[in-house]
Design a protein around this ligand. Structure first.
Ligand code: MRU
Length: 373
């Protein structure tokens, strides 16, 4: 990708300003923070083509379930703008084609498909407006993408409020991967209670798993929490058991890419092991997510498509080869934690507990209701 704004980060002089991972500009361009380069470089990619958005999602310039959905929604708008359709019907076809294309960028996070469905539905709805110009259709479609983006910030704040009700001053909390502001519009899901705790003077001691192989915990979670002045300690994934054994952790909280109808949870590889460890140590294991991550159409975790990524993520590190040539590699990006390990799922509409088949249906009904004033 060409249009870059490159700033090498000087941590010594940087004042805390939460980094924004997705931004729509007044010039009708999409800006994405290149998360692959953090924590040493802050580079905003400027995107004007739907194919650039596809690659940005696929190559993890933008990553984290909600942020992927937001970026894809803007991607549909870019595609429709560039197509310059001659009629509303042609415009609708173009919107659907771009949505179908973007849906092939990554398979696991259901927020991607949720956001694209919202864009498709809004486009179909707009077909009922008579004599509408294509330029107006584009503007109204952009409004939907902006809404998806803005709603996510408030949703994350609500998740944080509910999650914080489970935490208390001085508590040790362990998290995996990055489910923070970088993965969402703001606050994050699993990290939202940490930001709210800090606003209110509640001290939490956060442990961040480094999260092999892409190191979202070290590069992103440790970075964004440290920048915010939150007490965070970075550990390797294989240290979580010992940290629990020492009694330093009273809760585990993670994000998720998809929750199945029975409460099975897909999240970054390593999450399942952490859940088993938490159970063995009698520590609650919480999952924080917007209701847009709950997929009632997928009955159980074994039906969730799990992305497998390039072997290079495992055979190379620190710029050099760390495994023998021609070694066989298995590199699933996510795993599924069975529902029996999940103490509760924390959403913007409240905390969901087992039996998940019933409680998830109830929360989704609540999510569908119009918001009371
Ligand atoms: O491969 P990634 O970095 O996109 O994986 C991200 C995660 O697994 C997050 O925990 C999940 O998307 C929740 S983000 C609020």
């Amino acid at each position: 990708m060409s249009n870059q704004q490159d700033h090498t980060l000087d941590l010594s002089i940087q004042r805390y300003e939460p980094l924004v991972s997705v931004r729509w500009t007044e010039h009708y361009e999409l800006e994405l923070l290149d998360q692959r380069l953090l924590p040493t470089q802050i580079v905003m990619e400027r995107l004007t083509e739907v194919s650039q958005v596809w690659h940005a999602i696929h190559d993890m310039v933008v990553r984290g379930a909600p942020a992927i959905g937001i970026a894809a929604a803007y991607g549909v708008v870019l595609g429709a703008l560039n197509d310059k359709a001659a009629s509303p019907l042609e415009w609708l076809k173009s919107v659907n084609t771009h949505a179908d294309y973007l849906a092939t960028s990554r398979p696991t996070a259901v927020n991607l498909f949720w956001a694209l469905d919202r864009m498709r539905n809004r486009a179909s709805q707009l077909m009922t407006v008579s004599n509408i110009a294509v330029a107006s259709l584009n503007e109204l479609l952009l409004e939907e993408a902006v809404l998806i983006h803005q709603e996510d910030e408030e949703v994350c704040r609500q998740i944080g409020e509910h999650a914080l009700s489970l935490f208390h001053d001085g508590m040790g909390v362990l998290t995996h991967c990055n489910a923070g502001g970088l993965a969402t519009a703001k606050y994050g899901t699993a990290l939202a209670p940490m930001y709210l705790a800090q606003e209110r003077g509640i001290q939490l001691k956060v442990f961040a798993d480094e999260t092999r192989p892409v190191l979202q915990g070290a590069r992103l979670t440790a970075f964004e929490l440290q920048q915010a002045g939150i007490d965070v300690t970075l550990i390797c994934d294989n240290m979580a058991a010992m940290v629990m054994q020492k009694g330093w952790v009273q809760a585990v909280i993670v994000g998720t890419d998809r929750v199945a109808a029975n409460g099975d949870v897909a999240n970054k590889i390593g999450t399942y092991g952490l859940a088993v460890l938490a159970k063995a140590h009698g520590i609650p294991f919480y999952v924080a997510c917007p209701t847009s991550t709950i997929d009632l159409n997928t009955s159980s975790g074994e039906l969730i498509p799990i992305e497998e990524r390039h072997e290079r993520e495992i055979t190379e590190a620190f710029g050099s080869r760390t495994a023998p040539e021609n070694i066989k590699v298995y590199n699933p990006a996510f795993d599924v934690t069975p529902n029996e390990y999940v103490t509760a799922i924390i959403t913007e509409h409240g905390i969901v507990e087992p039996d998940y088949v019933t409680s998830l249906q109830d929360i989704m009904k609540r999510a569908a209701l119009p918001i009371a004033d």
